[in-house]
Each structure stands twice: as C-alpha cells, then as structure tokens.
Design a protein around this ligand. Structure first.
Ligand code: ZN
Length: 368
C-alpha cells in the first residue's frame, strides 16, 4: 500500500528536502516506520521518551487527525495522504539531523533522555566560569552531550603549567588565550554547538550581562572574590549554580538552586587572605579535576533533563587519599545576608574589598 507522506519544512532536511515522499504500510504506524527505514532518524523527531508519538506532533490521514480515528492503528489505503505536523511555537523546533541522531544515539536509547530529553539538552545553555582544571572537563562533557550554547569566561592565556590538568588545552595552545583554545577544542569535538567566549574577568560591572544570557552556571573559579560574585549574581538572577572546587587531594561539589541556599549560607565569610593555600601554592593532583568536573557536568544534565535528585542542600566531599566520598547536609541559613529572611545584600558589591584580595590577574590559584 503506497501512500503520500507530507513533510513540513522543519523536517524536510531529513528527507532530502522534499515536501512529499512515498511510503508503504497498511496503518499509520507502519507508514511512519517505513519513512524511518528510508530516512533513518526521522522517527526520532516524532516520538517521546516512552516511545509514543510526542504530544506536540499531530498526524493527519486525509486531513483528519488520527486521535479522531484509530490513532497509530488507523488503516491507510492506496493513494491516501498522511501529514506529520509539529506544533510551531514561534521559533523553529529543534530538529535533529541524521548526524546528530548518530552522535547522540547512546543518549537517545536511554528512557531518561530519549529524543525529547536530547532536544532539551540541545536547547539549553550553560556558562562556565574558568577554562581551567574544572572548567575543562565540564565544558568538554557538556559540549559532547550537545548543550546548544556554552559560554566560557576566562581572561588567562594557556601556560605550560596548565597542561598537567586542564584537558581543554594542548601543548600547541601555550601562549594563546584560554577561551580561544577552549573554543577550538569544543567545536572540534562537536561542531553542532555554539561556543561564546568572554575574554574578561567577571566583575560586578559585567556579571549580570554575562550570567543573564545562560540557563545554568558552573563555577570553576580559582579565587574567593569570584566565587562570592558568581554566587550573588546567580542568586539575584535566579540561576542554578553548580559549584565545585579542588585542592591537593580534596574536592567539593554542590548545587545551589534559587531559594534553596547559597554559597554564603555555607561560607558566610571568606578566609583571611593567605589562610587557605591556592593550587598554585599547594598544588593539585590533575586527575582530581575530572572527578569533580564530571560531577558538575552530570548535575547540569540532570537539571536539564529533570531527572534524579540534584546535589541540593548537600555538599559532596571527596578525599582522594582515603578514597572516601562524604555527603554532608547544608541548609539555607535564615540569617544569610543574601538569601536569608532579612537580606541585606540586594545588589553586587565590591568583592575584592569583601575578600581582602584582588581578583587575580593571570596565573591564579584554587580550582584553576
Ligand atoms: Zn544564602
């Protein structure tokens, strides 16, 4: 039984840019399977994570929607027209090319991701503070996962001493800006994404503008002034913040959701300058970066997919020497000056004065 299948413009690139194709089958289900057999990846655009036709897709047989007939079991006859029509909500819906269907196939087969989840990943954006030890694995895994827009904030240039742990950068990148090196590496891993470079220190003047452009913020900052600044900007803009830090053989990670506590609840004041050594002063085992950075990337993807329990109100502590992970409870502090019941901080402050230390220029400590 040969029928004509009408393909709307968002899906046409999947079928050789044709508006109508011929397909075989005795029911709508068989016809759609036959289209997918001719043009692999087509059905991935139509089905949700449970394998059913997605709610935003309507299928018509001779102008009648199949929910008013027998659904996907609706019989078709020679010469019928089947039309597959997605809801259009202003912008063009995300359509996966056959290349993307191949690339993300290990996600697409997972019930927790599927084509609906993969599209959420593609439509999301994340800002990564620092293209250093933590920022490197975070950026790589988010890029590989297909996060559609990745912003990188860093004003440093690649130094040979970075290469022991900062896996975004290679020997040939020494001397070029980290954001440039990062962009090259991320796009060579996944040309489907957009990488936005912010080659400037994040400050009270530009933080709202930069953070405001993204859905999620990942902190790989290497100094306390930046940590407090990013925390405050994320809280005031209601952006989820996925925090991580490493030093020597120790790592920490936690996720702050707006209204559920913040970095100031956990650490109301920074240590006096010089009290906590930096990575530049005390060192860091390079492989530690991957452990904590990978946890941060996983947290972002869980939030995008709305699966599992995020690391909220919990602080993960990793001691690599004893190989022990501990999770301690952290709570929103009602007396927190930022997110407490009677906040005193309503805008960004002078963080260099607050921390008694400048935001470092070049070759900086902690997390980097
Ligand atoms: Zn707080």
């Amino acid at each position: 039984m040969s029928v004509t299948v009408y393909i709307p413009t968002p899906f046409r690139h999947l079928v050789g840019n044709r508006a109508n194709i011929q397909a075989n089958g005795t029911t709508v289900r068989e016809v759609l399977r036959n289209v997918d057999a001719q043009f692999p990846g087509f059905n991935a655009q139509l089905i949700d994570r449970s394998g059913e036709l997605a709610a935003h897709i309507n299928v018509y047989v001779n102008q009648v929607e199949i929910h008013d007939l027998q659904g996907e079991s609706t019989a078709v006859s020679e010469g019928d027209e089947v039309a597959v029509i997605p809801a259009l909500a202003g912008g063009a819906p995300t359509v996966m090319t056959p290349e993307m269907v191949d690339r993300y196939s290990r996600h697409l087969i997972m019930p927790q991701v599927g084509s609906a989840g993969q599209r959420k990943i593609i439509e999301s954006s994340a800002l990564i503070i620092g293209a250093g030890g933590l920022g490197s694995p975070v950026a790589l895994y988010l890029a590989l996962a297909g996060v559609g827009k990745i912003g990188i904030v860093d004003f440093d240039v690649v130094d040979r001493s970075n290469l022991q742990r900062q896996i975004l950068h290679v020997t040939e990148s020494v001397g070029i800006p980290k954001v440039e090196s990062a962009k090259q590496r991320l796009l060579s891993h996944n040309p489907n994404i957009e990488v936005v470079t912010h080659e400037e220190p994040i400050t009270s003047e530009n933080a709202f503008r930069i953070v405001g452009d993204y859905d999620y913020v990942v902190n790989g900052a290497d100094n306390f002034a930046t940590r407090y600044l990013v925390n405050d900007a994320c809280y005031l803009l209601k952006k989820p913040l996925i925090d991580g830090s490493i030093l020597m053989f120790d790592g920490q990670a936690t996720t702050y959701l707006p209204g559920k506590g913040c970095y100031r609840c956990l650490y109301p004041a920074p240590p006096p300058p010089g009290m906590v050594p930096s990575c530049a002063e005390a060192g860091v085992l390079g492989a530690m970066c991957a452990t904590i950075g990978s946890i941060q990337a996983t947290e972002v993807l869980k939030l995008i997919l709305e699966v599992g329990e995020p690391l909220v109100n919990r602080l993960l502590l990793y001691d690599a020497l004893s190989l022990e992970f501990r999770v301690v409870k952290v709570r929103r502090d009602p007396n927190c000056p930022l997110c407490g019941d009677n906040p005193t901080i309503h805008e960004l402050i002078d963080y260099e004065a607050f921390c008694g230390a400048p935001i470092p220029h070049r070759e900086a400590p902690f997390g980097g």
